[in-house]
Design a protein around this ligand. Structure first.
Ligand code: WQD
Length: 330
């Protein structure tokens, strides 16, 4: 199958491209390197020993989109490209609405014009907001508390309306929980441009002595050890979920949670990381981070039933692979 991957050099995109190539798909990437680096292209080749096409640019560039769909018979699009920093979205909401929404609308227009009828969209568990009960199922009510999450929820609405008007399209929405880790080769991993937002990149910065200690935001939550609980999932498992979604083309809109189904607290992740890497991670308890929820983890059974997918890698694998990548890419 010939698959266009938008944002294909990013953390999730690059790992997904590797899995797609491993499954003998033809891959075309479009990326503007707004949150990734050019050398990822070479690393993907090194891991897979396979070729793929690459177009540098922004998917808001209608001329470039038309060129890609004219030069390639794209069967399916996996749409990762988008800004994803919760904090930045609060201070620069229009940047997020413009980039995440407009790019998706232009992409759908280009797909329709090219008669490309299959899209897999990168959504996020953040659309659930603060769940009333756990684990979270796909039919839970949606409620977002920041512009980044709201763009994901709005794009899901756009896709549902687009599906009503174009019933022969297959639209798969994948809601990720907390992707961490790296490819076991250590060649690709989580390497955000600028200041990181998420927990694991900060743990890594402490482990590589770039930071003296980790800030733990809040130890007064109603959880097992009073720190935040999240559903961490290995990025390679997540990538495999996308490959499975491409194999399951069904008309209409289909929504799946991609999570491990297990909740680990911040303190638990820190202590597992220390055990796996034999590195002490000093930390300081700070006040809660604005917008954080206490606990969030998935009920991933629908993805297992319909996509024949479930997360297989352990939390220890996630810590080991994340640290190996950091060591290799100092
Ligand atoms: C996890 C836990 C923090 C940093 C967000 C997005 C989600 C997805 C993943 C894109 C929380 C605590 C964090 C730190 C800490 N992104 N923490 N010290 O907020 O669950 O999810 O990123 O798709 O959509 O919402 O992830 O890693 O930022 O935080 O104590 O330095 O770690 O308070 O409890 P989050 P996170």
């Amino acid at each position: 199958m010939k698959i266009l991957v938008t944002g294909g050099t990013g953390f999730l995109g690059s790992h997904t491209v590797v899995e797609l190539l491993n499954k003998e798909n033809e891959v075309v990437i479009i990326d503007n390197f707004s949150n990734s680096k050019k050398e990822v292209l070479e690393k993907i080749k090194q891991i897979t020993n396979k070729n793929f096409l690459f177009y540098e640019g922004d998917i808001r560039d209608k001329v470039l989109l038309k060129k890609i769909f004219t030069e390639n018979k794209i069967e399916t699009v996996i749409h990762f490209a988008g800004y994803k920093a919760v904090g930045e979205s609060v201070t620069a909401p229009l940047k997020y609405y413009d980039n995440n929404l407009i790019s998706t609308i232009y992409l759908l227009e280009a797909m329709k014009e090219a008669n490309c009828k299959n899209i897999v969209f990168s959504s996020s568990a953040t659309v659930y907001g603060k769940p009333k009960t756990l684990p979270i199922k796909e039919d839970f009510p949606l409620h977002t508390t920041n512009p980044y999450g709201t763009t994901k929820k709005m794009i899901e609405e756009i896709l549902k309306d687009f599906s009503k008007a174009n019933p022969d399209f297959s639209i798969t929405i994948l809601r990720y929980f907390n992707p961490i880790g790296a490819h076991p080769s250590g060649l690709i991993g989580e390497n955000p441009n600028g200041v990181p937002n998420n927990l694991m990149p900060y743990i890594i910065k402490v482990a590589t002595k770039e930071l003296e200690y980790l800030n733990i935001f809040g130890n007064d939550y109603d959880t097992k050890d009073k720190t935040g609980v999240r559903d961490f999932i290995h990025v390679v498992d997540l990538a495999k979920g996308h490959s499975k979604a491409c194999e399951k083309i069904e008309k209409g809109v289909h929504i799946y949670n991609l999570g491990s189904g297990k909740g680990y607290s911040v303190l638990e992740l820190v202590s597992i990381f220390e055990k796996v890497t034999k590195i002490k991670i000093p930390y300081k308890i700070k006040k809660r981070r604005e917008g954080d929820i206490a606990a969030c983890y998935a009920d991933p059974t629908l993805a297992y039933k319909k996509l024949n997918w479930k997360a297989e890698k352990s939390i220890e694998d996630m810590c080991k692979d994340a640290y190996l990548y950091a060591k290799k890419n100092k």
